[in-house]
Design a binder for this molecule. Structure first.
Ligand SMILES: Nc1ncnc2c1ncn2[C@@H]1O[C@H](COP(=O)(O)OP(=O)(O)OP(=O)(O)O)[C@@H](O)[C@H]1O
Ligand SMILES: [Mg+2]
Length: 304
């Protein structure tokens, strides 16, 4: 018994380095390419400095780091809602000039129209994207099914739980079919159990749909559950400190001991770059999203 435990612990220590490898993606093979990106807000806060990041088509990249390290700013630069003060951001080789229908941004709030049903919210978004009227209902129902909300198509948002609202929001996001999904702590407001269900759902949908996802999180376990890559960021100034590929098969499980070992490894790396203790947030880090005040609400930005 003791020997087995010892062997298991030894296995955990060894497994992490094999499963986390530095990512090397060339800009010319990238779907998203960020080069020497810098951004300072009007109050002179340097939110991002010299950020380089290339994302391949179909990757699920998690931006992970403490509060204030520029995760949201980087995401909004990709969405085209923040115009960076330096460097470049391109999708398919074309510089980003504002929001576009190829990208979709989701926040923590589901932001459904309260006077429309689940189906109504989705068909409305489809209409806004120019999908012909006679195709909208069927397409909405396909995605309602995909997020397992069958039976709730005619329900109003206030009659749904937080997790169900987020599933409706996800169905709407998927229905409009962007090639890139940009998600800013979308599950941050959910309770722990619902959060895990949403992670599993998102993972199964991603495995099927093959979308490129950039997903911001504070949560190491969440990043390791979902990502094909985890990009570690640090604050003051906001920057990328490590870019790692996660070599764990999917679907993943929080019960997986390798995932635990990797989480410890990542926490260790984050602690090493986060700076003096008095500047850090206590663990677990607060789950909240700072949204630049200039950003439009609601939380789904279809960017036409
Ligand atoms: N609209 C704004 N005006 C001025 N400063 C801002 C604005 N938005 C963000 N900042 C500052 O820029 C830095 C990076 O902020 P950002 O919101 O990108 O960080 P974050 O990593 O997403 O943090 P969190 O995890 O708390 O959401 C922070 O110091 C923040 O105070
Ligand atoms: Mg943020």
């Amino acid at each position: 018994m003791v020997r087995r435990l010892f062997e298991r612990l030894r296995g955990l220590r060894q497994v992490a380095p094999h499963l986390l490898r530095p990512a090397h993606v060339n800009a010319d093979r990238a779907k998203i390419s960020v080069a020497q990106l810098g951004h300072h807000y009007a109050n002179k806060v340097v939110a991002l400095k010299d950020v380089n990041l290339n994302v391949r088509s179909g990757e699920f990249v998690c931006l992970l780091g403490p509060s204030g390290c520029g995760k949201s700013t980087l995401l909004y630069a990709l969405a085209g809602h923040v115009v960076p003060t330096g460097g470049s951001v391109a999708i398919d080789g074309k510089p980003i000039q504002g929001p576009g229908p190829d990208r979709l941004l989701m926040f923590q709030e589901a932001a459904l129209f309260p006077w429309l049903t689940v189906r109504g919210n989705i068909t409305f978004a489809l209409g806004a994207r120019g999908v012909p009227r006679n195709e909208r209902r069927e397409r909405a129902d396909t995605f309602i099914q995909r997020v397992r909300l069958e039976g709730f198509a005619d329900t109003l948002p206030h009659q749904l739980s937080g997790g169900m609202k987020m599933r409706a929001s996800l169905a709407r996001a998927l229905a409009v079919d962007p090639t890139v999904m940009l998600m800013d702590e979308p599950f941050g407001a959910l309770d722990a159990q619902t959060r895990v269900h949403m992670q599993e759902l998102l993972q199964s949908i991603w495995m099927r749909a093959g979308k490129t996802v950039v997903f911001v999180t504070h949560d190491v376990q969440e990043a390791l559950m979902l990502g094909t890559r985890v990009v570690l960021m640090a604050p003051r100034p906001g920057r990328v400190v490590e870019d790692l590929e996660i070599h764990l098969p999917m679907p993943r499980s929080l019960e997986d001991p390798s995932l635990d070992a990797m989480a410890r490894d990542i926490r260790h790396r984050l602690r090493a770059v986060e700076g003096p203790l008095e500047n850090q947030h206590p663990e677990p880090l607060p789950r909240r999203t700072q949204t630049p005040s200039s950003l439009p609400r609601p939380s789904i930005v279809t960017g036409r």
